[in-house]
Design a binder for this molecule. Structure first.
Ligand code: MRU
Length: 350
């Protein structure tokens, strides 16, 4: 079956980035267009407003944002283009704080800019080919994660997943959903957490699984313990937004709840994790910046409000699961059981 493409790029006659607007799925399937005129600022707004979301997808989108900005500056001098690109990288980096893939992708763009000795046109060509390469690499990485992860799952397995770590959250195929896709013949059931407040599970993961005919059941976040207690869940698999050097994992709010529950019910808790999501510069989970999002996401949804106006609201978009609660990281280089500082360093050193 043809996979959904969260991001699409066209080079000629003029560069265009198209992003599925994930805010309105599954009700409507709309691609939003970003051109050289919208530049990097347009893509930064798309990331901040969740048109595109999911750690790997926002990394690749940021690389395309840099390519659009470079296309916009093609007629400028190399010096002016370089200054504009540095400003663009700063704007893109500020669009969302938690997923390290954004910083990682922009660091690759900056390195490519530094290596390029040509004029503004050469810079545009370099950044376009880098973004296309990152796009293709991400799909290959997810397929490798899928292959490694599938080996962990026995026949008839019932998996619980949270948020959306699927094709929509990446350049394609997905990380946690990549494992589920790769193991689909063995999977009896996927429990899909609704994922309040933004409903990535109910809207996006449910949509991807229904499209592919993978047996899936949607539950609200507070039902997970019930199904674990009844012996109807065999493993939890989630994605991640940043893994610290000691193995602590930041992922969608509610992930830590599941890790605690998995431990209480002696279930494996797996984290699907491309190497681009590991941040060796962040020593431990406490140092990971946690994005705080708008109160309106908690007080209601899609323009409907159900909470009293006066109520105070907290809306952290991510939480941190301590490394000791993670059974294994599933990466493109293989499975790392009980990840900690030395195993992560060994993984990164290849
Ligand atoms: O706020 P979001 O929707 O960008 O959060 C997404 C997640 O938390 C995903 O689990 C994570 O980015 C991994 S996506 C492969």
């Amino acid at each position: 079956m043809r996979q959904v493409e969260a991001l699409r790029w066209t080079s000629a006659p003029a560069p265009v980035l198209e992003l599925i607007d994930q805010r309105v799925l599954p009700r409507r399937m709309v691609y939003r267009r970003y051109t050289a005129q919208s530049g990097a600022a347009g893509v930064a707004r798309a990331i901040a407003s969740m048109v595109v979301r999911g750690a790997p997808a926002i990394g690749v989108a940021a690389a395309y944002g840099m390519a659009l900005e470079a296309a916009r500056r093609r007629a400028s001098s190399a010096q002016v283009a370089r200054l504009a690109l540095e400003r663009a990288a700063v704007i893109l980096a500020a669009s969302r704080p938690t997923a390290v893939n954004l910083t990682w992708a922009l660091a690759r763009c900056r390195a490519a800019i530094a290596r390029e000795r040509g004029d503004a046109r050469a810079l545009a060509a370099t950044l376009e080919s880098l973004a296309l390469r990152m796009h293709a690499e991400d799909i290959a990485i997810n397929r490798a994660i899928g292959r490694h992860g599938a080996r962990l799952l026995p026949r008839g397995v019932r998996i619980l997943t949270h948020c959306n770590a699927g094709a929509l959250a990446t350049a394609g195929y997905g990380t946690a959903l990549g494992v589920i896709r790769a193991a689909r013949a063995r999977i009896a059931q996927v429990w899909v957490d609704e994922t309040r407040p933004f409903l990535q599970g109910a809207r996006l993961t449910a949509w991807e699984l229904v499209q592919e005919g993978i047996p899936a059941t949607l539950i609200t976040d507070n039902m997970a313990a019930h199904f674990m207690q009844r012996g109807q869940v065999d493993a939890v698999i989630v994605g991640c937004d940043r893994v610290a050097a000691n193995g602590d994992v930041a992922n969608k709010i509610g992930t830590y709840n599941l890790a605690v529950l998995a431990r209480a019910h002696r279930l494996p808790f797996y984290v699907a994790c491309p190497l681009s999501t590991i941040d060796p510069a962040t020593a431990h989970g406490d140092a990971i910046p946690i994005e705080e999002r708008a109160a309106a996401e908690v007080t209601g949804h899609a323009g409907r409000t159900w909470a009293p106006r006066e109520i105070a609201v907290a809306n952290p978009a991510f939480d941190v699961t301590p490394a000791r609660m993670v059974s294994a990281l599933i990466t493109e280089r293989g499975v790392v059981e009980r990840p900690g500082k030395s195993r992560i360093a060994a993984l990164l050193s290849g």
